[in-house]
Design a protein around this ligand. Structure first.
Ligand SMILES: [Zn+2]
Length: 250
């Protein structure tokens, strides 16, 4: 069977048997794939680096005979993100981002925009001086929602079309309401600035989507809303989010 070249980010690893691992890789053109990395294949130092969590690497894989699982042959790292690996905080953010990616992607479906988003976010997190993670997180979350078709409609009030005096983001329907139309609906309390920030993140082209600034409290709140909105869409409380929240409070 011919070897297959894949390029992507390791978003998950689980132990398999005595000493092997199954890697989940979000790859270019092939989307999410599972790769069996046996100890014999992956313990050579270069290959070991390439198969670590968060690494962006080139892999050579082949199809095993007994099952359809891809097996690792070679690996070479392109970007290892050493600063993420060396920081408890950054690792917690990166783990949450990878976890979301794994939940949003299906095997065998091309997800190049999501891969680009994850790579862009990890590269910025790698260089961050410790002040920007909440902003990066809010961009990652809203963009990931966009790429999966779950982004809120940021055009204005869903009922009357007003673009000012926005008061509520309703997670069940993914729409905003102004103060006159919000009524007794359940949702997250927001304002015009937050609605505009979300609209900017969702509607801009990718590198530009990262270039906005909010005050510290507004940014904190925007990120919190994005986390809750994502949880709502996934219908699942991710352990990596619980962990991130704990680490953030240290
Ligand atoms: Zn309205």
């Amino acid at each position: 069977m011919a070897n297959i070249e894949i390029r992507g980010i390791v978003t998950r690893e689980v132990r398999y048997g005595e000493s092997s691992r199954i890697l989940t890789v979000l790859s270019k053109d092939l989307g999410k794939v599972s790769v069996l990395a046996s100890r014999a294949r992956s313990n050579r130092s270069g290959v070991l680096t390439a198969t670590q969590m968060f690494c962006y690497s080139d892999f050579e894989v082949f199809k095993g005979r007994e099952n359809s699982l891809l097996r690792l042959n070679e690996g070479e790292v392109i970007e290892a993100f050493p600063n993420i690996r060396g920081s408890l905080d950054k690792m917690a953010y990166a783990s949450y981002f990878c976890d979301i990616t794994n939940h949003l992607c299906y095997e065998g479906t091309e997800q190049n925009e999501l891969l680009r988003l994850l790579l862009n976010t990890l590269s910025r997190l790698e260089k961050d001086d410790g002040t920007d993670a909440l902003r990066l997180e809010s961009v990652f979350l809203f963009r990931a929602l966009r790429e999966s078709g779950f982004a809120p409609d940021c055009g204005g009030c869903a009922s009357c079309g007003a673009v000012e005096n926005i008061r509520l983001l309703c997670p069940a329907d993914g729409v905003f309401y102004c103060k006159d139309c919000a009524g007794e609906r359940a949702g997250y309390e927001v304002n015009d600035t937050l609605r505009r920030a979300a609209a900017y993140i969702i509607e801009s082209e990718l590198p530009a989507a990262f270039s906005f600034r909010l005050g510290e409290n507004s940014q904190k709140y925007l990120t919190q809303i994005a986390e809750e909105y994502m949880t709502n869409q996934l219908e699942k409380q991710l352990k990596t989010l619980e962990y991130l929240r704990k680490v953030r409070e240290l």
